[in-house]
Write a protein that binds this ligand. Structure first.
Ligand SMILES: Cc1cc2nc3c(=O)[nH]c(=O)nc-3n(C[C@H](O)[C@H](O)[C@H](O)COP(=O)(O)OP(=O)(O)OC[C@H]3O[C@@H](n4cnc5c(N)ncnc54)[C@H](O)[C@@H]3O)c2cc1C
Length: 281
């Protein structure tokens, strides 16, 4: 299928991209193009102008600043998966990046494009929710920082304004906490039917804090609050009992891959697996 006609501009800076966006309500940013181009081919999106931000200097790579890792918005999955700083200090981001699509997707798709796209089946949003990450956006009025819990507003709906460019994602250094991203899909290259991100602080088999977020269990990624509360202070069988609460408060979709009840069961099973993996089991 062929997209509708559009103008194409390559932004040399974030400011230039913001200027182009501000002057055109129908313009859209393009990064890796692996979510936007399919929408354009099916004419579900018909931007009059594409503003390419993939080559804007300063928007790629991972840098440590004290207890925070700053990930450039245009960093691709392939590079996130292999980044030595991430792998050492916040491995759940690298682990999830390595499970996105196939090698072609991972060489083109970016973390910023995925966050802005807000697909409830995408992998990284739940990871960012479990990490209490911060999304950094720049617009005509300057820079603002958006908590991950405020960023994913609805089905394909982020908190970003039309004229804002997502420039970075900030995640915490996880030294002292275990983490895991467990994804269930039909084929290795597919989106998650359900997936679970878990960040767990524990000692001697007892959990002091668990942060758990679910992929594709609603119109946005969602924290498994009931399971998290029950995990605090839990050990042994109590951890499995807590995981059994993981689907509480969720509203999973029904589609050709799975029904809602199947997804609820997956959320419970994968939560236990993710927490056990995060604890080193
Ligand atoms: C075959 C296939 C399999 C896939 N499998 C998975 C999977 O298993 N898991 C998964 O999570 N994803 C999957 N994806 C999606 C893939 O990860 C996308 O690349 C990603 O979701 C979007 O990143 P992008 O850089 O390609 O963004 P683009 O497609 O370029 O843009 C997506 C949206 O974000 C906006 N945008 C882009 N950059 C910015 C920015 N800096 N600031 C503000 N807005 C911006 C664009 O305007 C657009 O609306 C798959 C895609 C394909 C084609």
């Amino acid at each position: 299928m062929i997209p509708a006609e559009f103008d194409y501009r390559v932004a040399g800076s974030v400011e230039e991209a913001i200027g182009l966006l501000s002057g055109n309500e129908d313009a859209k940013l393009i990064a890796g193009g692996h979510s936007l181009i399919p929408l354009m081919k099916t004419r579900l999106a018909r931007p009059s102008m594409l503003i390419d931000v993939a080559r804007v200097p300063g928007l790629t790579g991972v840098a440590r600043d004290g207890g925070t890792l700053r990930i450039g918005a245009m960093t691709r999955w392939h590079d996130l998966e292999r980044d030595p700083v991430l792998r050492e200090h916040c491995p759940i981001v690298a682990e999830a990046a390595g499970q996105v699509g196939d090698p072609q997707v991972r060489h083109a798709g970016t973390i910023g494009g995925s966050v802005a796209h807000c697909d409830p089946a995408s992998d990284i949003p739940a990871v960012l929710l479990a990490l209490d990450a911060v999304i950094v956006a720049q617009g005509p009025g300057g820079t603002r920082r958006i908590a991950a819990s405020e960023c994913f507003e609805g089905f394909f709906q982020s908190a970003l304004a039309h004229d804002e460019v997502l420039t970075a994602v900030e995640v915490p250094v996880l030294d002292g906490a275990g983490c895991a991203y467990v994804k269930f899909n039909q084929r290795a290259i597919d989106w998650a039917i359900v997936a679970v991100a878990a960040v767990v602080r524990h000692s001697g088999g007892t959990i002091s804090e668990a942060r758990i977020a679910l992929t594709n269990m609603g119109t946005t990624p969602v924290r498994a609050r009931a399971a998290e509360a029950a995990m605090a202070g839990a050990s042994g069988d109590a951890i499995a009992a807590a995981a059994a609460l993981a689907d509480q408060g969720t509203d999973p979709p029904e589609d050709t891959f799975a029904g809602a009840e199947y997804r609820r069961n997956l959320a419970r099973v994968l939560t236990l697996r993710a927490v056990e993996r995060a604890m080193g089991a």
